[in-house]
Each structure stands twice: as structure tokens, then as C-alpha cells.
Write a protein that binds this ligand. Structure first.
Ligand SMILES: N[C@@H](CCC(=O)N[C@@H](CS)C(=O)NCC(=O)O)C(=O)O
Length: 243
């Protein structure tokens, strides 16, 4: 199977959760929008799909995965599809549902991380909602960040397999996504994360283990991995970080 990923070409964004799974699973894939426009890439490749998918099942927003005749969107839905095919989730139904449940919770955290810099509207500039962003970020750092990370730390601690992974005995797509969230939070909130780090030893160890996996390490060093920047979900605005 040759997969096609469609995602905005200049940011990691939610496309990154899918990329990490494709990379770890050694999948044959094309990151279509990152091709030159002359080869059918660029933002236009994504926009075309959002305007007309052709079969009445047009997606609302990227990331979008084309897998043969299937066109899938919603990050957690795409990962639920790829997981079994790329060996990134255990076989038992209960484990698959648990991985999906964790992924949906990661999606909730991603929305809240995004809303720290855009609490009022996606369509407004950050500068036009800076006062609200400052208040929202203070609450995120003090309340929501510890609540979410505390939850995932407990999940790692409570895994009966005691594997250091979120689901069962081995790495799943949820671990790859958790790595991305930790990397993003460290980028966006370096001071808050440094202070909080002692409370999340298992999450910190998971992030380290994932980034040392040979395929992930190779991917992170490659030009396929975009750098974090001030257009994505995780943005470094020092005024939104801790004192
Ligand atoms: N729940 C969806 C959210 C998708 C989403 O918000 N995609 C962003 C890019 S990361 C987008 O382009 N949204 C356009 C919009 O919401 O109008 C997912 O997890 O995939």
C-alpha cells in the first residue's frame, strides 16, 4: 500500500502524529503537499481535497490520508486505521479501544495547547487576542497542563505490563503522539515544563525512548521533519510561558 498524506506543508501541526506513525511503521508514503506545486503539491493539494473529495465523503480539515480507495480524516481516526496495519497497536479489541481513547484525549490536549495562543478565534491574529491568550495560558500552565500530564503519567504507572509504554507491552501510535506532545510542550513552555518535569518522570522517559528509536531518530534528523515554528499548534511566545 502506498499512502498519501495531505497536510499543510509548512507546519508540523496535526499532520505530525500521522507522519510519526508512518515513519515508525516504515510505510511507503508521500507527503503530498510538500511536493512542489508543479508536481501537484503545495497548499493547493490540500485545498482541492477539501473542496471536492469526489465520493461524497469530503473531509472537513487536514490531516487527510489516502489509502487506496479510502480517504480518511480526523487524526485519531487515521491512527486507528494505520495502527493495526503498521504494527503500532496490540491485537486485542480492548487494547485497540484503549489506544484510541488515549489518542482522543491527546487530541483534547492538543486543542487546549492551541487555544493558549488563539483563545478567541483562529481567524484573528495572535496580537489581536494577546490579553486573552495571557489569561488562558496562565490557567493552562497552572491547571490544565498538570491535569493532562498527571493523567498520562498515571496511565504509564498503571499499565499492568509495566513496559514504560501507554498500551500493553510495546510501543503504540499513542506513544508516538505522546512524544510529539511532550516535544511540543517543551518547545512552547520551556520554563513551565522545566519546573513541572520532576512530576512526570515516566513521560520524560517515554519521550526519550521514542526519540531514540532508530526510525524516529533518523526521521527527526531528516529534512522530512519540519522545525517547530510560530505558525503551528505549539508556539514559543515567551510571554505565555511561566515567569
Ligand atoms: N479534530 C481534527 C482537527 C483538524 C484540524 O483542526 N485541522 C487544522 C489543521 S491542524 C485545520 O486546518 N483546520 C481548519 C479549520 O478548522 O477550519 C483532527 O484531530 O484531525
Amino acid at each position: 500500500m502506498k499512502y498519501e498524506l495531505y497536510y499543510w506543508p509548512h507546519i508540523q501541526g496535526r499532520g505530525e502524529y500521522v507522519r510519526l506513525a508512518l515513519e515508525e511503521g516504515a510505510a511507503d508514503y508521500v507527503d503530498v503537499a510538500r511536493l512542489p506545486e508543479s508536481e501537484g503539491g503545495g497548499r493547493a493539494a490540500v485545498s482541492r481535497l477539501l473542496e471536492q473529495a469526489g465520493d461524497g465523503r469530503t473531509p472537513f480539515a487536514p490531516p487527510i490520508l489516502r489509502a487506496g480507495k479510502l480517504l480518511l480524516s480526523q487524526t485519531a481516526n487515521i491512527l486507528q486505521y494505520l495502527g493495526p496495519r503498521l504494527g503500532l497497536v496490540p491485537k486485542a479489541e480492548a487494547d485497540r479501544l484503549w489506544a484510541h481513547q488515549l489518542q482522543l484525549t491527546i487530541s483534547d490536549l492538543v486543542v487546549e495547547a492551541h487555544d493558549t495562543h488563539h483563545p478567541i478565534a483562529k481567524s484573528l491574529y495572535y496580537e489581536d487576542q494577546k490579553a486573552e491568550a495571557t489569561r488562558r495560558s496562565a490557567d493552562f500552565r497552572a491547571v490544565r497542563l498538570p491535569k493532562f500530564l498527571g493523567y498520562f503519567e498515571r496511565v504509564l504507572k498503571g499499565n499492568p505490563a509495566a513496559s514504560g509504554y501507554l498500551v500493553g507491552k510495546s510501543l503504540s501510535y499513542a506513544d508516538l503522539s505522546m512524544f510529539q506532545v511532550m516535544a511540543g510542550l517543551n518547545y512552547a513552555f520551556p520554563r513551565a515544563m522545566t519546573r513541572a518535569q520532576a512530576g512526570f518522570p515516566l513521560l520524560t522517559a517515554l519521550q526519550q525512548r521514542v526519540q531514540e528509536r532508530p526510525r524516529i531518530a533518523a526521521y527527526l534528523k531528516s529534512s522530512r521533519r519540519l522545525a517547530f515554528n510560530d505558525h503551528g499548534i505549539f508556539r514559543r511566545y515567551p510571554e505565555l510561558d511561566a515567569e
